[in-house]
Structures are given as structure tokens and as C-alpha cells.
Design a protein around this ligand. Structure first.
Ligand code: C2E
Ligand code: CA
Ligand code: CA
Ligand code: CA
Length: 277
């Protein structure tokens, strides 16, 4: 290794090995957490844009010890994808979220729960069968499950993607196109893929009050999605000004710190109890 040239490689090597060490450490932590039941899901409320009450929740993966994040998803999800661990982690997430949604259904507080699906997980042979067996095993009403897929996920699904999406929908599960507007071909995806809803990416929401062009584009996206009969969810809503703009532009649901950060299931349950009381 030392005999390599002075330029380029030597400069590059330490950075490479550092990155490998970091992702190696994350991989070890993930494997340990998966084996020892240390993964957790938090749930972020989705609220009705006009009435403000909770109409759903997104399950978000956490890797915590004593309530403190060891790593955040933007750090560990890419490692899970690179190592293929996302397939078993994704299965765990799906089962856990369905079990939770089933408990809420049983307690008379049924709300749809949304689960993020990674490209590799979606692409993996047997995804549908696994989903089907988790639904059977938990007894969850499939209408109470929604899968959030990104453009990237749909892109990697190959020729069978549309057929797979149709099968999932026929099973009664809702489909949502996540991070809408960040990809390359968002509009054509909306036309070609059978989804029920789209989520406007946080990057748009952040800038609507800052930048007139972003505001115009966001309004146009919402109008177009609605004319195609899709539900529109805005994510990352942090201020009243954003919320008002999005509601007036025609968003049906909102999600963001303004309405609640991701929280443990018990905390979301308290919110559900409070709103039905
Ligand atoms: P995402 O699916 O776009 O999830 C939304 C992210 O925005 C979450 O970050 C959430 O905590 C954060 N967020 C929500 N409201 C606000 C807000 O008002 N302001 C700001 N600044 N942020 C807000 P989180 O939980 O760190 O997750 C990051 C990403 O990791 C997710 O982005 C998703 O792509 C991925 N991820 C999380 N859990 C899972 C999972 O179970 N499976 C898979 N495949 N990916 C996951
Ligand atoms: Ca999501
Ligand atoms: Ca998103
Ligand atoms: Ca995102």
C-alpha cells in the first residue's frame, strides 16, 4: 500500500478507510440491534389539513440506547442498503408497524400507518409474499397500511414494477409516492404508476415562504395531483405560514414538527385518546 504513488491515492486512501470504518461500525451496531431486538419505531402524526386531527402516522426507524440516537436514519439506512441488511430490517419494520396498527385497530383507534420501503427491499424476490403473510399473521385490515415508495424504489423494481404495485393495491394496501419533486421524472411517474397519494418533499415546503417560484411550483404540483385524484400530503411543515399556504393550495394532509415530531407509539396513542375524548 505504501508503495503506491504519492499523489491521489495517498490523499484518497485515509478518507476511504475512514469511511469504511464508520460504515463497518454502523453495520455492526445494526446487526446487533436486529439480533437483540433493539430497533424501535417512532410514529409521526399525519393530520387532516383542514380539521387538524390525526388521520394517520408514519413509522420511522430508530436506533437508540436509553432513548438516545446512536445513529440517525440518514446515517444507518444507506449502510443497511449497501450491506443488504435492509431486507431483514425492512421486514422487521413492516411486521412491527402492522402489529402496532393492529393494536390501535383493536382498541377502536384505527389509523392508517405508513411504512417506508427501500429500493432493495422492494426489488427483493418475495416482497409481495412477505407482505401478504405479515398481513395474514397480524390480522391487520390492509386498508390501514400504506407503503411509502420513492421514485428510486420504483425505478429499481424493473419490468414487473407496475404489476407488483397493482397486486399490492389489489390486496387493499395504499401506495404513496414519497419525496415527490426531488427525482428526475416525477410527473411521468405520477402518470404511470398506480399510487394513491404523493408526498411533497420537505425541500419544497421549506422554501415556499421564501421563494415565489417554489411556491408556484408547489401549487401547480398540488393542483395537478388533485386533478389526477391523488391525495397530497405535505411533509416537513414547521410553521403556520407554510401550513396556511399548503392548505389553501389544496393539500389534504400535513406532517411536520408543527403538528408533532416522530414519537414512541405510546405517546401517539395518548394524542389519539385526547382527540377522541
Ligand atoms: P422520509 O421518509 O422523508 O421521512 C421524513 C423525515 O423528516 C423523518 O426523518 C422525519 O423525522 C423528518 N421530519 C418530519 N417532520 C419534520 C419537520 O417538520 N422538519 C424537519 N426538518 N424534519 C422533519 P428521519 O426519521 O430521520 O428519517 C429520515 C429518512 O430515513 C426518511 O425520510 C426515510 O427515507 C428513511 N427512513 C426512516 N425510517 C425508515 C424505515 O423504516 N425504512 C426505510 N427504508 N427508510 C426509513
Ligand atoms: Ca417517508
Ligand atoms: Ca419523505
Ligand atoms: Ca426525505
Amino acid at each position: 500500500v505504501k508503495t503506491q504513488g504519492r499523489h491521489g491515492y495517498c490523499f484518497y486512501a485515509p478518507e476511504m478507510s475512514q469511511r469504511t470504518a464508520a460504515s463497518q461500525r454502523i453495520e455492526n451496531v445494526l446487526r446487533h440491534a436486529l439480533a437483540h431486538g433493539e430497533l424501535a419505531l417512532h410514529y409521526q402524526p399525519k393530520v387532516d389539513a383542514r380539521l387538524g386531527h390525526i388521520v394517520g402516522a408514519e413509522a420511522l426507524l430508530r436506533l437508540q440506547v436509553d432513548g438516545k440516537d446512536l445513529f440517525v436514519p440518514d446515517q444507518f439506512i444507506p449502510v443497511a442498503e449497501d450491506t443488504g441488511l435492509i431486507v431483514s430490517i425492512g421486514t422487521w419494520v413492516l411486521r412491527e408497524a402492522c402489529q402496532q396498527a393492529r393494536r390501535w385497530q383493536r382498541d377502536g383507534r384505527a389509523i392508517p400507518v405508513s411504512v417506508n420501503v427501500s429500493p432493495l427491499q422492494f426489488q427483493y424476490a418475495g416482497f409481495y409474499e412477505r407482505l401478504d403473510s405479515i398481513l395474514n399473521e397480524t390480522g391487520l385490515d390492509p386498508n390501514l397500511l400504506e407503503l411509502e415508495l420513492t421514485e428510486r424504489t420504483m425505478m429499481t423494481g424493473g419490468d414487473g414494477t407496475i404489476r407488483l404495485l397493482r397486486r399490492i393495491r389489489q390486496r387493499g394496501v395504499r401506495l404513496s409516492l414519497d419525496d415527490f419533486g426531488t427525482g428526475y421524472s416525477s410527473l411521468s411517474y405520477l402518470k404511470h404508476f398506480p399510487v394513491d397519494a404523493l408526498k411533497i418533499d420537505r425541500a419544497f415546503v421549506r422554501d415556499i415562504t421564501q421563494d415565489a417560484e417554489t411556491a408556484a411550483i408547489t401549487s401547480a404540483i398540488i393542483a395537478m395531483a388533485r386533478s389526477l385524484n391523488k391525495d397530497v400530503v405535505a411533509e416537513g411543515v414547521e410553521t403556520e405560514v407554510q401550513s396556511t399556504f399548503l392548505r389553501e393550495a389544496g393539500c389534504s394532509q400535513m406532517q411536520g414538527f408543527l403538528f408533532g415530531a416522530p414519537m414512541p407509539a405510546a405517546a401517539l396513542e395518548q394524542r389519539l385518546v385526547a382527540q377522541t375524548a
